[in-house]
Design a binder for this molecule. Structure first.
Ligand code: PMP
Length: 419
């Protein structure tokens, strides 16, 4: 029994009552993207219906209204995550663009041949490739902190920090394993060693609140679409002193104060890093998602999600050949697994036929998969709106698939085992 009743919140997410492949949708691909509550869908629709205009050019009423709504979201976000100033919040397309901004504007000008960058083994490609790109240009070296079992060795981390990397790019929560890393401790160690830190929070904020004052990192990146908001919008938080030391990344309108052919004077923070018309409806939709989350009891969400996780692990533990990947001690509600004799893709296909959405593959974490010696896994990732009943449907569908393999009974649609 759970103290939290997901049926109340489920009513607020229109898509959750739909059917897929003739079955009620069981959406367990929340780590890829989350579903949107009605308030988010409505906020975007209201913006386009009632006050669509470009922002920061307030020569008319609609523009003023759009600008006010747009900038209010920045204030709400700052307050929510414990940023001291809205100047430190830059709108980006998502985590990927936020990390690329830091790689190109912060790190690249500082990086010299032979310098080091410290990465984590389980990071998403978004927190690997941008660093590799600047490392290659500048002739820098990359060090990797092992974490394929969902744990890190803080002593080893300290040793890697003592090599004085120009930046440690950390992952708060792994999208492939669900592991939550001790970011507060890691940032404190990095600070003591004089190493700046970037934290990829794409999979953290959807599960728990953060407080930047306590985390004490230098950069924090996240995506709106994983946070029950729209796609195409995310944010970078960065310390003001660092932002002030960084040249603009992209040039264009919105980011200037004065332009002539003799030269350009750039706008102040945060606009200096927001070239071009921003994703106004995206910001407004994200604002509605943040407002939604802020009035919820997120601790009860978290407890419910942990129940989903424990229930999933318990229900699946008895399945023949079920092999969950290790995610360490501290983890969010996500299970990544293999089933002996079945290909992850075939498992996902079978689940899809039952209306159950999961992801199969490398989850944009190929270095992690190769450290584990596997090509990929099946990932079922839960959100607060999932139910214990849905977890049981997942386990039952897996059980049916495994039994059919063992007894050679053919399933309604042919599933081939090739592992
Ligand atoms: N980092 C992590 C941990 C992620 O899970 C993701 C999305 N799967 C990203 C970065 C990239 O986010 P986006 O595609 O929204 O930029």
């Amino acid at each position: 029994p759970t103290e939290f009743d997901p049926s109340r919140v489920r009513r607020e997410f229109p898509i959750l009552s739909s059917r897929v492949n003739g079955q009620p949708l069981v959406y367990l691909d929340n780590a890829a993207t989350t579903q949107k509550p009605r308030v988010v869908i409505e906020a975007i629709s209201q913006y386009y219906k009632r006050y669509n205009a470009n922002v920061h050019r307030a020569a008319h009423a609609l523009s003023a209204q759009a600008t006010t709504a747009f900038e209010q979201v920045r204030r709400n976000l700052a307050e929510w995550i414990g940023a001291t100033s809205t100047d430190e919040l830059i709108w980006t397309r998502g985590t990927t663009e936020a990390i690329n901004l830091v790689a190109q504007s912060y790190l690249r000008p500082r990086l010299k041949a032979g310098d080091r960058i410290l990465l984590m083994e389980c990071s998403h490609h978004a927190n690997i490739v941008p660093w590799q790109m600047v490392a290659e240009i500048c002739g820098a070296e990359i060090d990797v902190l092992p974490c394929a079992d969902g744990e890190i060795d803080l002593e080893l981390f300290k040793r890697l920090l003592s090599r004085q990397p120009q930046l440690a790019a950390l992952t708060h929560t792994s999208n492939a394993l669900g592991s939550v890393f001790p970011i507060e401790q890691m940032c404190a160690l990095a600070r003591a060693a004089g190493v700046p830190t970037l934290v990829d929070g794409a999979q953290a904020l959807p599960h728990f609140d953060i407080d930047l004052a306590r985390l004490n990192c230098d950069f924090y990146a996240f995506s709106g679409h994983k946070l029950f908001g729209p796609t195409g919008i995310g944010a970078l938080w960065a310390r003001r002193a660092l932002l002030e030391s960084m040249p603009p990344w992209q040039g264009g309108g919105e980011m200037i104060e004065h332009v002539s052919f003799a030269g350009t004077r750039f706008a102040g923070l945060p606009f200096r890093f927001e070239a071009g018309t921003p994703d106004i409806s995206g910001v407004i939709g994200l604002g509605a998602a943040i407002d939604y989350l802020r009035i919820q009891d997120r601790e009860s969400f978290e407890r419910h999600e942990q129940q989903l996780l424990q229930h999933a692990l318990a229900c699946c533990a008895t399945l023949p050949g079920f092999r969950p990947l290790n995610a360490g001690h501290d983890r969010v509600s996500l299970i990544s697994f293999l089933i002996d004799g079945l290909h992850p893709q075939d498992i996902a296909l079978w689940l899809d036929q039952q209306g159950i959405a999961v992801r199969a593959g490398h989850h944009c974490a190929m270095p992690l998969m190769s450290a584990l010696g596997i090509p990929g896994s099946v990932r079922a990732s839960f959100a607060f709106y999932n139910t214990l009943d849905e977890v049981e449907k997942l386990a039952q569908a897996l059980d049916q698939l495994i039994r059919s393999q063992h007894s050679q009974i053919s399933l309604p649609q042919a599933i081939t085992a090739d592992q």
